[in-house]
Design a protein around this ligand. Structure first.
Ligand SMILES: N[C@@H](CCC(=O)N[C@@H](CS)C(=O)NCC(=O)O)C(=O)O
Length: 201
């Protein structure tokens, strides 16, 4: 199988952690694709032109990161990342919130990268910041611990916090000490967290 991603992509990082947690390292070749430049192979696999995309051995394309992670959970070994019992809804809701944090953080990056200075809308950036802060404040009250092993909700939250470190200077660390401790615990439990870290610019 081939994974189209990029070292900086937080959604790609979710998939890279999943590959390692499900013992699929030897089964997936990781290709670096620059989604921002309009890559024809990427667009053929995902008309949205977004990474990550997994191309399976029979040539089928699977996206987005949630769907890829669930597919890999299905074919790999090791503890289940997507519970089959009633815990599933907590896991998916936690992942959805963490994906929302990533999306807001990514939109802030795109705001800076693509919008000319004189067209910047501060109220929009403030709104994105508020979404991130409100979510982190809620999580800080009771960081989500796992029973036997971290699941898809936990790894998505780790990818979100890692992206705030990577692109937004880790300023969240000053305000959310329990989440800082939570991320340290996660990184110890999941070696794939360090292994999938984006190179610092
Ligand atoms: N919901 C998607 C989001 C994927 C996404 O936004 N990827 C970014 C890179 S991290 C991308 O490809 N951006 C380029 C674009 O939106 O054109 C997922 O979970 O995979």
């Amino acid at each position: 199988m081939k994974l189209m991603s990029s070292p900086a992509s937080p959604f790609g990082r979710k998939v890279k952690m999943t590959i390692l947690m499900k013992n699929l390292k030897d089964k997936v070749e990781i290709l670096t694709v620059d989604a921002t430049k309009g890559d024809a192979t990427l667009n053929a696999a995902n008309p949205m032109g977004r990474i990550p995309v997994l191309v399976t051995d029979d040539g089928s394309a699977i996206h987005d990161s949630h769907v890829i992670c669930e597919y890999l959970d299905h074919i790999g070994t090791g503890p289940a990342l997507f519970p089959r019992n009633s815990d599933r809804w907590d896991t998916l809701t936690r992942a959805s919130l963490a994906d929302g944090i990533i999306e807001a953080a990514l939109l802030k990056v795109y705001e800076g990268r693509y919008r000319p200075e004189n067209m910047k809308v501060q109220s929009w950036v403030d709104r994105l910041d508020a979404k991130i802060d409100t979510s982190l404040a809620m999580l800080e009250k009771a960081p989500p611990m796992w029973k036997d092993a971290p699941d898809y909700g936990h790894l998505t939250l780790a990818a979100a916090l890692g992206y705030l470190d990577f692109r937004h200077g880790g300023t969240w660390r000053k305000t959310y000490p329990k989440l800082v401790a939570w991320l340290d615990t996660f990184a110890k439990a999941v070696p794939g967290y360090e292994a999938s870290k984006p190179p610092m610019a």
